[in-house]
Design a protein around this ligand. Structure first.
Ligand code: ZN
Ligand code: ZN
Length: 409
C-alpha cells in the first residue's frame, strides 16, 4: 500500500480513533511483524504534537513458547512492572492504540489451564486498566493491520507482498478510509450511527425478543436508564473518540438478571488463541445454565468459569446484516471485524457508560441498577439474514427492530 494512504489511515486512527491531543502520551500495542506501520503511526503522532510515543511490542510465537514452557509460578504472578507500566500511563492520561491482526490458532494445543492461569491473574493485576477502558476514563482505539497469516485465512493468493496488499485494500475499504462511495465515508457513517442511537434511546425499550431460523429464541430485558452508544463517544473529560475502527454496531447493557431463553452462535469465536464454533447458551434469569459447542468446548468452559460475572451478559449490540463487513462474505477470525458483521452479545462486564448517571457508582451500585461486572468481556456473534428482533417499550408498544437481518431503526 502506498505511503500516502497508510499515513491517511494512521492519521484517522490518531485523530478520530484515540483523538490524540497535543502534549499527550500515546501508547501503541502492536506485533513486531507490523513494525513498519508502527513507525508511520509514531511519525504521525509526533506530527500531531505527542508528548511521547511508547511501544508495547507483542510477538505471538514468543508468547506461545512462554505459555508452553515457562514456570507455572510466573504465569500465576505477573511481574510487578506490568501493572506499573499501565498505571504510569493511565495516571498520565495517555491515549491507548491497539493494532491487531487475526491469529485464530496462536495458542492452539496449549493446555487451557495454563492459558487461563495466566489470563486470570493478568486480568486481576490489570483490573484498574480494564476499568479505565470500560468507563472511558482514557481514550482508546482498537484497529487492524494486515499479516500474511491473516491474508492466507481469507484465501488471498500470490506473493506475500501481493497478499498483504490485497488485505490492506480490504481493511481500508471496510474502515471506510479508501475505495468508498462519497455518501459512505467515515464521517457519514459516524453520523448514521449517531442517528440510530438517538432513535433507539427515544424508544426507551424495556426488552428485546430475538428469534431466528437456527432456533434462537431469547427475551432480553434492558435496565431502566440504559443508553445506546455507537460510533463516536465521549471520554470522562469530554474528548470525542472512537474505540473501534471499523465499527458498525450500536450497543447497550442488558439487565444482567433479565435474560431468558436460548441463543445459537452464527460465527466462530476466537478466544485466547483458540477457536470455539457452533455453540449455544441457555439462560435463566440472566445466568448461563447450559451451553454446548461442537468445537472448543473446553475453552468455552474456561471462559464461562472465569468468575461469577462471566455466567451473565454484559453487552447487547445491534448490527445490520447488510453492513459492508457482512457483505464481504468473509469470516475474519478476529472479533473486531466479525462482531461488526453480526448482531452480538458479550459475556462478562458491561460498559458503565451505557447507563444514565452512572459516573462514580461502585460495582455493587451498578449491579443494583442492572449492570453486570466481571474480569472478562467477550463478544460472540448471533446474527444472520434470518434474525428478527422485536422491541417492547416501557409504555407497552411493540416495535420492529430487525426484520430478516435488516435493522428498522
Ligand atoms: Zn460489541
Ligand atoms: Zn464487546
Amino acid at each position: 500500500m502506498n505511503q500516502e494512504t497508510l499515513k491517511k489511515y494512521a492519521h484517522t486512527l490518531l485523530k478520530y480513533g484515540v483523538n490524540l491531543q497535543k502534549d499527550q502520551t500515546l501508547v501503541i500495542s502492536v506485533d513486531v511483524e507490523n513494525k513498519d506501520f508502527a513507525v508511520i503511526v509514531t511519525e504521525e503522532a509526533y506530527g500531531l504534537g505527542a508528548k511521547e510515543v511508547v511501544l508495547n511490542w507483542r510477538c505471538s510465537p514468543i508468547a506461545r513458547q512462554r505459555l508452553l514452557h515457562a514456570k507455572e509460578s510466573v504465569l500465576e504472578r505477573p511481574a510487578n512492572w506490568i501493572p506499573e507500566f499501565y498505571k504510569q500511563y493511565i495516571d498520565d492520561k495517555a491515549a491507548f492504540l491497539s493494532l491487531i491482526s487475526a491469529n485464530p490458532k496462536a495458542l492452539e494445543g496449549i493446555p487451557t489451564n495454563r492459558i487461563s492461569l495466566q489470563s486470570r491473574n493478568l486480568n486481576k493485576a490489570l483490573s484498574f486498566y480494564h476499568t479505565a477502558i470500560m468507563n472511558s476514563s482514557v481514550t482508546w482505539c482498537v484497529a487492524s493491520v494486515p499479516t500474511v497469516l491473516w491474508a492466507d485465512l481469507l484465501g488471498y493468493e500470490g506473493t506475500d507482498e501481493e497478499k498483504i496488499e490485497q488485505l490492506w485494500a480490504t481493511l481500508l475499504k471496510l474502515c471506510r478510509i479508501e475505495g468508498v462511495e462519497p455518501k459512505d465515508t467515515y464521517r457519514h457513517h459516524m453520523a448514521k450511527l449517531r442517528h440510530r442511537c438517538e432513535a433507539l434511546n427515544k424508544l426507551d425499550l424495556k426488552a428485546l425478543r430475538y428469534t431466528c431460523k437456527n432456533g434462537t429464541d431469547l427475551l432480553l430485558e434492558l435496565p431502566e436508564g440504559h443508553i445506546w452508544l455507537g460510533g463516536e463517544e465521549s471520554s470522562k473529560d469530554g474528548t470525542i473518540f472512537n474505540a473501534n475502527i471499523p465499527t458498525e454496531e450500536v450497543f447497550s447493557a442488558p439487565q444482567y438478571n433479565g435474560v431468558n431463553g436460548i441463543v445459537y452462535s452464527t460465527k466462530p469465536l476466537i478466544y485466547q488463541g483458540n477457536t470455539i464454533s457452533d455453540f449455544s447458551f441457555t439462560f435463566k434469569e440472566g445466568k448461563i445454565v447450559d451451553y454446548t459447542a461442537k468445537e472448543g468446548y473446553e475453552v468455552l468452559k474456561e471462559l464461562i468459569e472465569t468468575d461469577e460475572g462471566s455466567h451473565y451478559l454484559g453487552e447487547v449490540a445491534l448490527v445490520d446484516h447488510f453492513s459492508p463487513i457482512s457483505q464481504s462474505n468473509h469470516i475474519f477470525y478476529e472479533t473486531l471485524f466479525d462482531e461488526n458483521a453480526s448482531c452480538h452479545l458479550a459475556i462478562g462486564a458491561s460498559y458503565p457508560t451505557c447507563l444514565k448517571n452512572s459516573d462514580g457508582l461502585s460495582e455493587e451500585e451498578l449491579k443494583e441498577r442492572g449492570l453486570n461486572y466481571s474480569l472478562t468481556h467477550v463478544d460472540f456473534m448471533i446474527g444472520d439474514e434470518h434474525m428478527n428482533i422485536k422491541g417492547y417499550t416501557r409504555d407497552g408498544q411493540e416495535v420492529d427492530i430487525m426484520i430478516d437481518g435488516r435493522l428498522q431503526v
